[in-house]
Ligand binder design. Structure first.
Ligand SMILES: Nc1nc(=O)c2c([nH]1)NC[C@@H]1CN(c3ccc(C(=O)N[C@@H](CCC(=O)O)C(=O)O)cc3)C=[N+]21
Length: 311
């Protein structure tokens, strides 16, 4: 007999299992909405410049929107586009009745203010949930009006797939970005977690992390969170997407890793998301969910979209 294979102890929270469940709900909601109101959800994705990673993400978003039966537009603008030109496009999309969701792929070129562009998007079409209005709605508990940022919303769906009731749990979010750390902390707070937001100035980060029943890593530093930072049995949600050299795959090759040292953490955690194949897949699914949610609100039938997140 050969040696038994070392297998991670943790349950793997697989994006390729959970994301399709969300996509199925999106498709069902899209069908109901179209059958009952004649409204077809429309998503416009705007990309400025040639960043290869952004090109891939944007292509995947367009393909997924088509798979969901949406009207889908991708606006590819040259790197030299001025802020005024981009704002003019946003204004047109805000007024376009075929479009229910607008996403400006980030990062934008340096000469364009991301803040100005995000603020220009109609909050009710802001399927990225990044506009100050939607952040305000999230923080003040107006779930029925808010569009919630896709990656944070995906983190929550993944955590709740393991522990449907998060109430009373200690949640530690490592990272305080506007895109992930802050909104995910508010979502966890709304689930009645006791939430700590840790960051680069946090003292004794390993022991803060060890207090977490739910540990969300969103710092953007490859494999920073080690196995002995994880409380035994904790749920670990890894938002990091870091490309590191992979000489074992050949000269100049790279691979994706998260902010968590997966091999170490999977020996200790109760459940963990992999990278790739984890939160990233949920991000796109939640974008589709937000588009159907925005369209059904616009059509005066908010309950059709709301069903997706209620499960
Ligand atoms: N306005 C805006 N909204 C965004 O939502 C947004 C953005 N800008 N800029 C870039 C980030 C990144 N992002 C990802 C989406 C899907 C995967 C994804 O599907 N990842 C797969 C495959 C990764 C791969 O193989 O390259 C995985 O993790 O398994 C990853 C990352 C959305 N973003």
């Amino acid at each position: 007999m050969s040696e038994p294979q070392a297998r991670p102890k943790a349950q793997i929270i697989a994006g390729k299992v959970i994301a399709p469940q969300t996509i199925d709900k999106v498709k069902a909601a899209r069908e109901t909405l179209e059958a009952e109101t004649g409204v077809k959800p429309g998503l416009a994705v705007v990309i400025v410049g040639e960043d290869p990673a952004s090109q891939v993400y944007v292509r995947n978003k367009g393909l997924k929107a088509e798979e969901c039966g949406f009207h889908s537009e991708t606006h590819r603008l040259p790197e030299a586009t001025s802020e005024a030109e981009l704002l003019a496009l946003i204004t047109r999309l805000n007024a376009d009745p075929k479009i229910h969701g607008i996403l400006a792929q980030l990062p934008l070129p340096k000469h364009i203010s991301e803040k100005a562009v995000i603020a220009a998007i109609d909050p009710d079409k802001d399927v990225d949930g990044l506009s100050p209005i939607n952040v305000g709605r999230l923080v003040s508990g107006l779930a029925d009006e808010a569009l919630v940022s896709c990656t944070p919303a995906g983190c929550l769906v993944m955590a709740k797939s393991v522990t449907p009731d998060l109430s009373g749990l200690n949640a530690v979010v490592v990272g305080r970005s506007n895109i992930v750390g802050k909104p995910v902390a508010h979502l966890l707070l709304a689930e009645n977690c006791t939430v700590t937001i840790a960051h680069s100035r946090t003292r004794d980060l390993p022991s803060v992390c060890r207090s977490a029943d739910i540990l969300v890593a969103a710092v953007g530093r490859a494999k920073m969170i080690k196995g002995d930072w994880v409380k035994p049995g904790a749920t670990v949600i890894d938002v990091g997407i870091n490309r590191i050299p992979a000489p074992e795959k050949g000269e100049g090759k790279t691979r994706l890793v998260g902010d968590v040292d997966f091999d170490e953490a999977a020996e200790v955690a109760g459940a963990i998301t992999p990278v790739p194949g984890g939160v990233g897949l949920m991000t796109i699914a939640m974008l589709m969910a937000n588009t159907v949610i925005a369209a059904s609100r616009k059509a005066g039938r908010p309950e059709i979209g709301a069903g997706i997140l209620k499960g």
